[in-house]
Each structure stands twice: as C-alpha cells, then as structure tokens.
Ligand binder design. Structure first.
Ligand SMILES: [Zn+2]
Length: 307
C-alpha cells in the first residue's frame, strides 16, 4: 500500500485529526492563502513535514481566488498527497457566503458575527450552523465571540477590546451548536510594526484559555496568531487551543521576498523565476510554525540550543 492509499484508507476527517492532535498536545496550523504562490508554499511545508495543514481563505481571499476554484485546487492536491489537507472558509459574515463555501466543498466554516451584540451573534451563528450542516453534516462549524480587531495587516496601534469570559463561551456553544469556538484571549488580527521587526511579541491570557476550554467543552481556535511569543503558543496548546491561525506572517514574507526577487534582476519577466523564491520564503515561515505547533524545535536557533 502506498502512503497515499494508507492515508485514504484510515479515517482522517478534520474532526478525527483534531481529536488526535488534542491527545498529542499539538495544534493544527491554519494558514491563509490569497493566491497560488501562498497555496503552493503551505502545501510544500505540509509535504515536507508530513504534518496536517488547514488552508484558510477569508471572504476577501475567496473573492480574489474564487471559492470553487480554490476548493478544486485543494481537492486536487489532496488526491496526490500523503498528509491531511483541509480547507476552511475563514471569517464568513453572511449566511449566503457560508452556504457558498459549504456547497463548494470546504471542510469547515468560520462563522463570524462577533461584531454584533451577543444575542444577535447567537441567533445568526445558530442559523448558519444549521444551514451548512444541512449541506454537509461532517462540516465543522466555528463561531466567534469577543473582539480581536480585523484585517491581517501591519498596524500602527493595537486593536481588539473585551476578552471572552468562560460563562459567555459556555452559553454561546450551548445555544449555537458550533463545533469549535474562537474566543478573544489576548490575541489580535494583524501585527504591529514592532512585531514585524521582532522587537515585540503578542502575549496570551493562558489562564483564561484553560477556563474557557473547561466551560465550552469544544475545540478552540486561536485567531490572529502572527507575532505571538513561541512559549505562549506552546502553553496555549497545553491549555486547550486546537487550531492556530497564521496569516500576517505569511503576507509579510510574501511581500518582502517578492520585493527582493523583483529587485534582483529588473529585466526578469518570467513569472515562475520571480515567484519560486517567494514560494520558498513563505514555505519557511509555515514550516517553522508547523514544527512549533507539533512540539518540535521551532527554529534553527532552537535546534542549535538543544544540540
Ligand atoms: Zn481570524
């Protein structure tokens, strides 16, 4: 039996993989893609490490890529891969967009009505959960509470406000029927300039994560993971985080390596020659995060320290 056949013959749904990783004190890496360069980078990192990857695309990213086109590409990659690849419709703000993703074959949908008052968030999320499960009962429905700001970009000032409480987490899960919850626990979308420069790190409320996990009793997703302190990632996973979103770090690597690649030879016009180093740069960022989320040395420096 080939590695691909072995993978296909065992039960490897998204729920199975999350359950297995939780027992292993590991988390599933969620990496956003806007284009084929980013998708190639995430797939290459998964192929190298044989670790599962969750590919994410927000409404804006899906609009640029094409929801059905992205699903078809991911499905094609999955058929030729010997590691699990899943696809999430990140930050979905309407029932219509949630249904579009479910019908296109996405494995999970992040239903995001977190900007609305709590009761309205509950009602709209519950409606979307029921609608997407009617399309595909195996689909994983995620809901969001609290405020962690919007946009995976470089920012001047910190965003986000009220942190989630264990009680509202419990109420929200019970009332909506979601499979995984994305709370506000000190995380934030985007990165400050100081974080891009490596001078500052995000820190998480680890005690709150543990309390929310206990109260909610479902898988937990950490959004806005870019720029988070490595040690906090490890402790957050131990406290109950199951999925970690990384987007801005990939976008920064994409932009910086593209600038460099274009500047290397201003007469170069062959796209795959310009873009190949960009794929490699983004892949390196994905690989480091994947290793960290699976309890392996997070960086070459860390390997050196251990040795
Ligand atoms: Zn997010």
């Amino acid at each position: 039996m080939t590695a691909i056949e072995t993978l296909k013959s065992t039960s490897n749904t998204l729920r199975d993989v999350l359950t297995r990783l939780q027992k292993e004190d590991a988390a599933l890496g969620h990496f956003n893609v806007s284009d084929h360069v980013l998708l190639k980078a995430v797939i290459a990192a998964g192929a190298e490490s044989k670790l599962p990857v969750l590919i994410g695309a927000s409404e804006g990213e899906r609009e640029f890529f094409g929801a059905r086109q992205l699903a078809a590409l991911v499905n094609s990659e999955r058929q030729e891969s010997d590691f699990p690849i899943f696809l999430n419709a990140d930050h979905t703000h309407s029932l219509a967009k949630a249904l579009e993703a479910a019908k296109a074959g996405f494995d999970a949908v992040t239903i995001d009505f977190s900007a609305l008052p709590f009761e309205e968030n509950v009602a709209r999320t519950k409606e979307a959960v029921q609608a997407i499960k009617a399309v595909n009962p195996a689909i994983l429905a995620e809901g969001e509470i609290g405020d962690i700001g919007t946009g995976s970009e470089i920012k001047e000032t910190a965003q986000g406000g009220k942190l989630s409480t264990p009680e509202e987490a419990r109420q929200f899960v019970e009332a909506t029927g979601i499979d995984n919850l994305a709370p506000a626990v000190g995380n934030m979308h985007g990165m400050l300039k100081s974080m891009v420069q490596g001078k500052a790190k995000k820190h998480l409320d680890l005690e709150r994560i543990a309390q929310i996990k206990k109260a909610a009793g479902v898988f937990l997703t950490l959004h806005g993971g870019s720029g988070t302190d490595d040690e906090h990632f490890r402790k957050a996973i131990a406290a109950g985080i199951n999925i970690i979103h990384i987007n801005t770090e990939l976008r920064v690597a994409w932009r910086e390596s593209l600038d460099k690649s274009l500047a290397r030879d201003t007469n170069e016009v062959v796209p795959y020659k310009i873009l190949r180093p960009v794929v490699d740069s983004v892949k390196q960022v994905v690989s480091l995060r994947l290793r960290l989320f699976h309890g392996q040395p997070a960086s070459r420096e860390a390997v050196g320290t251990v040795a």
